[in-house]
Design a protein around this ligand. Structure first.
Ligand SMILES: *[C@@H]1O[C@H](CO)[C@@H](O)[C@H](O)[C@H]1NC(C)=O
Ligand SMILES: *[C@@H]1O[C@H](CO)[C@@H](O)[C@H](O)[C@H]1NC(C)=O
Ligand SMILES: *[C@@H]1O[C@H](CO)[C@@H](O)[C@H](O)[C@H]1NC(C)=O
Length: 249
C-alpha cells in the first residue's frame, strides 16, 4: 500500500515536471506588416500564420500603431515573442479627432498563441467620427505614406481644427523598421502627433517635424488619452471607452 502511494506520487511529480517543461516553451503567433488602408476595421486582417517559439520568461505580444490622415490610415503591426514587460493591454489615443488621428494598441499575454487578434475593429471602430462639416477657411496638405508622400493635395479641414501638421515618424522594433510621412489638419499643437508617448509595446517611435511647424505659438494642451486596461477587461470596458471618447470629443 505504502509503495503504491509513493509510486502514484512520483507519477504525479513526473507529470507535473513534464508539463512545467512544456509550459516554458511559450509559442506565439508571429507577423509583421506595414500598409496603408482605406478602412482598416473591415480590411485589415491581423490573422497570423507563422509561429515563433520564445525564450524562457517571454510574453506573446501584439502591437499596432495607426495613423489616419484624410481618407487613408497607415497601419504598422507586429506579433511575436517579447522578452520584457508585463501582462497588460494598453490603448493610447495619441492624437484625437477632428483631423489627424493617431492610436496605438499593445497586448502582452502569457499563454501560447494568446496574441490572436484577427483585426483592429475592436478599437478602431471608436475612431469613427460623426460628419461635422468642414471649416470655411483652413485647408492643409494632406497625406500619409510609408516612406515619403508622393503627393499631398490641399484639402479642406474639418470644423474644430486649427492648423496644419507635417512630420515624419521613424518606427523601429518588433521587426519593423519603417518611416511614415504625415500631413494634415489638426488642433494638436507642435510636433506632438505621438503626444510624446514614443514607446508602443516593442515599438519605438521617433517623431521629427520641419523647423517651421515647431516655432508656431503654443496654444491649448493636446488631447492625448492613455488608458491602461487589465487583461480580462477589454470587451467589458469597450462601452466605457466609447463613453470616454464621446466625452473627449
Ligand atoms: C484572414 O486571413 C486568414 C489566413 O490568412 C484567413 O484564414 C481568414 O479567413 C482571413 N479572414 C478574413 C476575415 O478575411
Ligand atoms: C462648420 O463651420 C462652418 C463655418 O464656421 C459653419 O458654418 C458650420 O455650421 C459648421 N458645421 C458644423 C456641423 O458645425
Ligand atoms: C533601419 O533601416 C535604415 C535604413 O533603411 C538603416 O540605416 C537602419 O540601420 C535600420 N535599423 C535597424 C534597427 O534595422
Amino acid at each position: 500500500m505504502g509503495t503504491c502511494h509513493i509510486q502514484a506520487l512520483m507519477f504525479y511529480f513526473l507529470l507535473g515536471a513534464s508539463s512545467l517543461t512544456l509550459a516554458q516553451h511559450l509559442e506565439c503567433f508571429k507577423s509583421i506588416s506595414t500598409s496603408i488602408e482605406e478602412n482598416p476595421s473591415s480590411t485589415f486582417n491581423w490573422t497570423a500564420e507563422e509561429v515563433e517559439t520564445c525564450d524562457d520568461g517571454s510574453f506573446c505580444q501584439e502591437t499596432v500603431l495607426m495613423i489616419k490622415a484624410g481618407a487613408e490610415t497607415a497601419v504598422l503591426a507586429t506579433k511575436g515573442c517579447v522578452s520584457e514587460g508585463e501582462e497588460a493591454m494598453t490603448f493610447i489615443q495619441h492624437t484625437a479627432p477632428p483631423g489627424l488621428i493617431t492610436v496605438s494598441y499593445s497586448g502582452y499575454c502569457e499563454d501560447s498563441f494568446c496574441n490572436n487578434k484577427d483585426g483592429v475593429y475592436h478599437f478602431w471602430q471608436l475612431q469613427r467620427t460623426p460628419a461635422s462639416g468642414v471649416s470655411a477657411t483652413l485647408r492643409c496638405p494632406t497625406c500619409v505614406a510609408l516612406g515619403s508622400c508622393f503627393s499631398a493635395p490641399s484639402l479642406p479641414c474639418p470644423n474644430g481644427t486649427t492648423r496644419c501638421y507635417q512630420g515624419k515618424l521613424d518606427i523601429t522594433g518588433g521587426g519593423i523598421n519603417s518611416s511614415v510621412e504625415v500631413k494634415g489638419c489638426t488642433s494638436m499643437v507642435g510636433c506632438r502627433l505621438m503626444a510624446r508617448i514614443f514607446t508602443v509595446g516593442p515599438i519605438l517611435v521617433k517623431e521629427v517635424c520641419p523647423r517651421q511647424s515647431l516655432t508656431e505659438p503654443r496654444m491649448a494642451e493636446d488631447g492625448a488619452t492613455w488608458i491602461p486596461i487589465s487583461v480580462w477587461g477589454l470587451e467589458l470596458l469597450l462601452p466605457l471607452l466609447l463613453q470616454s471618447f464621446v466625452l473627449l470629443s
